[in-house]
Unconditional design. Structure first.
Length: 238
């Protein structure tokens, strides 16, 4: 694991630092779904104790990014149809509530920030940015919607599934090739318009739900061994 793209952990809080570095490596594709995470090798690469690695991995397990078990290796979660159904249906319910609540409570500055994120997506797309950068802006947009809603428990629920959503989105976009790039800006621009009061609350509720549900259907169709229409035939939005 000498080529592991992780910086040495700082002393900010070793378990948190380990979790951050390993999460980044997972999102960067260094540890694909299903790959093992070996405690000793991670400790050597990060320059920390095995105990710190163990605590960091426990944080990632609570986020749903890794699976551990008694006498079983720790692995990055593999994307199964059951996982997709559970995570995306929970996300759809959360996103709908967040969007409708945010539309009622948003300040002009918060709405301007949503518009700025959409324009950042458009600029990144025009510059040929990679998928991880586009997805980071995509997730930042949704983070801002939750922050605008101003409901701490709702935000906590979002944070509980956020890492899994990001990982699943990375896999879906990779499988679906170019569809995400074709639709990501327009989809989020329409959400920003409705959040600014450009439509009835019912329309915003419907679009927020469909925005997530189409991604769920797309990933299910693309998963190996799953029946579906295959790459290129499902909407590919985030």
């Amino acid at each position: 694991m000498s080529d592991l793209p992780l910086m040495k952990a700082t002393r900010r809080g070793l378990a948190d630092e380990v979790a951050d570095r390993v999460r980044e490596a997972i999102f960067d594709g260094h540890f694909p779904p299903g790959s093992p995470l070996r405690e000793t090798e991670l400790a050597d690469s990060l320059g920390v104790s095995r105990g710190a690695v163990r605590e960091g991995i426990a944080r990632l397990e609570r986020e749903g990014l890794v699976r551990t078990g008694w006498h079983r290796p720790t692995t990055v979660v593999a994307t199964t149809a059951d996982d997709v159904e559970e995570v995306y249906r929970v996300r759809a319910a959360l996103d709908r509530l967040a969007a409708v609540t945010a539309a009622r409570r948003a300040t002009p500055a918060q709405l301007d920030e949503l518009d700025r994120l959409v324009e950042s997506m458009a600029a990144a797309l025009a510059d040929g940015a990679g998928v991880p950068h586009l997805l980071a802006l995509d997730m930042a947009f949704h983070d801002q919607v939750y922050a605008t809603a101003g409901n701490r428990r709702l935000t906590d629920a979002w944070q509980a599934v956020r890492s899994q959503v990001f990982l699943f989105q990375l896999q879906r976009v990779a499988l679906a090739r170019g569809q995400y790039r074709a639709l990501v800006v327009d989809e989020h621009r329409e959400l920003a318009r409705l959040l600014r009061g450009g439509g009835a609350p019912e329309e915003l509720d419907r679009l927020a739900g469909e925005h997530v549900d189409s991604a769920r259907r797309s990933l299910l169709a693309l998963l190996p061994g799953e029946t579906g229409t295959g790459p290129g035939n499902e909407p590919d939005v985030a």
